[in-house]
Design a protein around this ligand. Structure first.
Ligand code: APR
Length: 301
């Protein structure tokens, strides 16, 4: 049977679901002006640098080029804003919206995002104080974050929205070509002012972006897998569903009787097997299909 595109029937399913998971991809951030990886003419994967710098070996061979690549993506994501699609998903954490739309759910949805731009995290931060902390606990950024670094020596993970996490990167423009930055001028544990300490968090070690490169296992996969086994409604937003392990979530959920809803601007892998399919830009479809247009307007003000 082809997927339904009836919002009323979808909301009936939503209202009886107990363990809801959202899986999102680059399409959720596309309306915020950030490129997706595949499909469109200016997609990230059409840029050879994306392929090159999405690997650990490149970072080991060319930390300067890697950091310049990730610095530019940090600036683009910092300058982007969450869109109504992010806000519609965030709204499911509001008590009054949750009691209206998902009264049977044990908790608001777990949101597993493949995105590293932190726009979903920033959208949750606009929620009222009483719900922000718990909402953020239910967000898993499975491919890491452009705004976290990890020290290769002491392993300390730091979070920063600083535009330039080392002075040398401050000279790099979003559109400029690569320059050669000596490794001692790249982001280091303890910052530019490191003066020889070997303390945890100030050890002077080279930092890497805390993102998942190809060949690396996304952290928190155990927590994600445990939730997928209980999931009775998987809502898939803006992903081509081509990259494992996320690409396998839909069939796992349906295997144990759960339902799958796909929100995408275009057809995507195996969407014909979904129970619901809503085609259109997610900043439009999510607020309307979830019937949260007014709440989204307030959150986006
Ligand atoms: N609204 C909804 N969907 C959209 C929109 C939009 N406005 N714009 C694009 N899309 C859809 C595209 O049709 C496509 O199916 O978003 C999807 C983006 O797919 P990809 O570019 O492959 O991105 P994603 O699925 O997130 O990639 C998964 O692959 O390269 C790795 O680590 C990278 O996390 C990434 C993973």
């Amino acid at each position: 049977m082809p997927p339904s595109s009836d919002p009323t029937i979808f909301r009936q399913t939503l209202s009886s679901s107990k363990n809801i998971i959202i899986l999102s991809g680059a399409g959720l951030s596309a309306p915020s002006g950030l490129s997706t990886y595949r499909g469109s003419v200016d997609s990230l994967w059409s840029n050879p640098d994306v392929v090159k710098y999405s690997s650990h070996t490149t970072f080991a061979e060319d930390p300067s080029g890697s950091w310049q690549f990730y610095h530019r993506r940090r600036l683009l994501s910092l300058d982007a804003k969450p869109n109504p699609g992010h806000a519609a998903l965030a709204a499911l954490n509001l008590p009054e919206t949750a009691s209206r739309l998902i009264p049977a759910a044990f908790s608001p949805p777990l949101h597993v995002t493949q995105n590293i731009d932190e726009l979903s995290l920033r959208s949750l931060s606009t929620l009222p104080d009483g719900v922000v902390a718990d909402s953020i606990k239910r967000l898993i950024q499975m491919h890491g974050s452009l705004f976290r670094t990890r020290c290769l020596s002491c392993k300390k993970v730091e979070h920063s929205y600083e535009r330039n996490i080392s002075a040398a990167l401050g000279d790099i423009s979003i559109t400029g070509g690569p320059v050669d930055i000596p490794v001692e001028k790249l982001p280091r544990c303890g910052g530019d002012e490191w003066s020889g300490s070997n303390r945890y968090g100030r050890c002077g070690g080279l930092l890497r972006p805390d993102v998942v490169w190809f060949g690396e296992v996304p952290p928190l996969m155990g927590e994600i897998a445990r939730n997928i086994t209980k999931c009775d409604l998987l809502i898939i937003v803006g992903t081509s569903a081509l990259v494992q392990p996320a690409a396998g979530f839909a069939s796992q959920v349906q295997t144990h009787g759960g339902k799958v809803a796909v929100f995408n601007i275009d057809r995507s892998a195996h969407d014909e097997d979904a129970d619901f399919l809503f085609l259109g830009s997610c900043d439009q479809t999510l607020p309307h299909v979830f019937d949260v247009v007014d709440v989204v307007k307030e959150l986006c003000e």
